[in-house]
Design a protein around this ligand. Sequence first.
Ligand SMILES: Cc1cc2nc3c(=O)[nH]c(=O)nc-3n(C[C@H](O)[C@H](O)[C@H](O)COP(=O)(O)OP(=O)(O)OC[C@H]3O[C@@H](n4cnc5c(N)ncnc54)[C@H](O)[C@@H]3O)c2cc1C
Length: 274
Amino acid sequence: MDLHTVETLLRPTRLDELPPWQPGMAWLAGGTWLFTEPQPQVKTLVDLQRLGWDELAVTEAGLVIGATCVMSRLVEAEFPEQWGAIAALRRGVHALASFKVQNVATVVGNLCLALPAGTFAPVMMALGARYEVLSPGGAAWIEAVDFQTGARRTILQPGDVVRRVLIPREFLTWQTTYQRICVASAGLALAIVVTAYNPMTQQVRVGIGAVSPAPKLLTFAGMPTAEEVAIALNTAIPLEDCIEDDQASATYRREMARVLLGRSLAPFYGPTRS
Ligand SMILES: Cc1cc2nc3c(=O)[nH]c(=O)nc-3n(C[C@H](O)[C@H](O)[C@H](O)COP(=O)(O)OP(=O)(O)OC[C@H]3O[C@@H](n4cnc5c(N)ncnc54)[C@H](O)[C@@H]3O)c2cc1C
């Protein structure tokens, strides 16, 4: 849709070309969310596309996803076969409610939008990702687990921009599963469970989305029993923190997370499971 309140479009090639941040300015990445609803508060769009921040790069530190890297590149790019983490990233792309959006929407835009049912936040938490945030005062790396604080809320202050995501190399070889349930296949999820498992140490990290306003991380030092899973889930997401809306009750969402968690872990249990 047209954004009738927008008076100015800035297309910087460097951040220092920008005027000081003012109320009414908004970063524009793929625009797949920005242009789908009225944005009466937005007067100036700052397009990120010319900044050259679209890298999808393998570095010594790990996998780097630049701020304007579109989701579909995660599906198209080739990665080492032993990188089990890629499966969760690709499932995150396919889980998006609209396949038409995948070639335009950015991974970072998805994280910054911070929907409770955001497709990538649980993946990034399970994979120990960090985000580089540029502020007027400098740059800082923020853990994925600390980034989203609620529904459409993050730690970003006005004028802050996420420059890139880093998934540390040590997590790229973890095995992953991505489980999701929703009322209709093209609807927003009621529960998302992303599990990362280290076959060497048996450590497990689980990102849970869509159950509470902000995603949650569960960690286990070894393969948990069903009882340990239930206790960890209920502690991390008390019923009063679960989303209750016309799609599903709080109880249903959390119960679905428990069921999906059981399914996620099933492939990783060895034959000696008691
Ligand atoms: C039909 C349809 C279905 C959708 N289904 C889903 C779904 O299933 N799951 C889901 O999670 N989302 C869904 N979305 C929402 C949205 O399209 C995606 O979340 C998408 O990934 C947003 O990325 P974008 O690059 O288009 O962001 P934009 O629309 O450009 O921006 C989104 C927000 O993030 C901010 N932003 C963007 N980049 C940065 C940055 N680098 N630093 C700071 N702030 C930034 C923008 O200012 C804006 O507030 C859907 C949208 C549509 C139209």
